[in-house]
Ligand binder design. Structure first.
Ligand SMILES: NC(=O)c1ccc[n+]([C@@H]2O[C@H](COP(=O)([O-])OP(=O)(O)OC[C@H]3O[C@@H](n4cnc5c(N)ncnc54)[C@H](O)[C@@H]3O)[C@@H](O)[C@H]2O)c1
Length: 313
């Protein structure tokens, strides 16, 4: 089997940690790219020098250019500015759109068959930028958000009930952030819906903590935002795609009529395998859930419209 290659654009906290997870799990060779001179090379070398101790044979290189990224199987886009305390995801819109547009153009030209995994915030809007800039079909442009949001929800549920995170599953729909839609009736512990195990007010408190999960970490760190859990989520997507696992994972996908939404990236359950997005799973939403989902999709639409009205940088 030929060696697989994943390029990670942005060698900051999320990018470098993603590179580490991919290499250490033996998923693929990694090319780390950043605009800052020496940063991707230094982190790449450091990661490569950990290989003998950790025990993997992944090749890791860092670069300020895109030559080395040629023929990547997957390109992960983490380049951009991270949220600072008090800064909303929307504030990042214009700056990160310019960055994502330029890096995706450069990377897509050299890896025309790659699957793009978008991480940069505001996530759903950046997925649109990546899709436009690459010209890739929807199967090959996927946003990472739902795995992180549901991992946070899973963590809080497991803590609340004193059970293993392994037996705890959570279901989160909608856009990344304030309008995400956690679905408690599909969130389970060993198959038991949490609505059977916890009173409504406790579930609501866990849902709210999940919604604020990103901001909670930003407030603690003071500078920068979460990266260990986001990197783990990206690595799970990479594994699903490279190993054609058919994993069902909540991701931002470009909807074409599913859930009554057309031409918009929104978080939904996706089947990920060879080639990227293989299918969107549709479930029937209750009245209240459908309203929350529509509200979430409207928030994404508003951001995308704002983006389209902005001058191209
Ligand atoms: N989708 C999610 O759930 C999720 C989770 C965590 C972080 N994020 C987002 O991911 C992004 C990265 O977060 P981080 O913590 O790694 O930030 P970071 O500041 O640590 O790293 C970002 C890196 O991007 C680089 N960069 C900027 N412009 C570039 C360009 N034109 N070409 C190449 N590299 C460039 C910077 O030099 C920096 O090293 C942010 O937008 C953040 O909000 C999203």
């Amino acid at each position: 089997m030929p060696r697989r290659k994943v390029s990670v654009i942005g060698a900051g906290n999320v990018g470098a940690t993603t590179a580490q997870r991919i290499a250490e799990a033996g998923l693929a060779d990694v090319v780390l790219v950043d605009i800052i001179e020496g940063l991707p090379q230094g982190k790449g070398l450091d990661l490569a020098e950990a290989a003998p101790v950790v025990g993997h044979d992944a090749r890791i290189v860092g670069s300020n250019g895109y030559e080395e990224t040629a023929n990547s199987d997957i390109v992960v886009v983490t380049s951009g500015l991270a949220r600072q305390p008090g800064m909303s995801r929307d504030d990042l819109l214009a700056k990160n759109a310019g960055i994502v547009r330029s890096v995706v153009r450069d990377a897509a030209r050299r890896s025309p068959d790659a699957v793009l995994i978008v991480v940069t915030n505001p996530l759903d809007a950046m997925c649109h930028v990546a899709k436009d800039a690459s010209g890739f079909p929807r199967e090959r442009v996927i946003g990472m958000a739902g795995i992180l949001d549901s991992a946070r929800f899973r963590t809080f549920i497991a803590w609340e009930l004193g059970v293993s995170v392994e037996d705890t599953h959570a279901f989160v729909l909608g856009g990344h952030g304030d309008t995400m839609v956690p679905l408690p009736r599909y969130s389970t512990v060993a198959g038991i819906p949490i609505t059977e195990l916890l009173p409504t007010e406790r579930i609501e408190a866990l849902v709210q903590r999940t919604r604020d999960g990103g901001a909670e970490i930003v407030a603690l760190l003071k500078s920068g935002s979460a990266y260990y859990a986001p990197a783990a989520a990206v690595a799970e997507m990479v594994d699903a795609i490279l190993h054609d696992r058919g994993r069902v994972l909540p991701c931002a996908a470009y909807l074409q009529g599913e859930y009554g939404v057309d031409g918009l990236f929104v978080g939904v359950p996706c089947v990920l395998g060879e080639g990227g997005l293989q299918r969107v799973l549709e479930i029937r939403l209750s009245g209240e859930e459908a309203v929350a989902f529509r509200k979430s999709a409207d928030a994404v639409r508003e951001l995308v419209d704002k983006l389209q009205a902005m001058p191209v940088v």
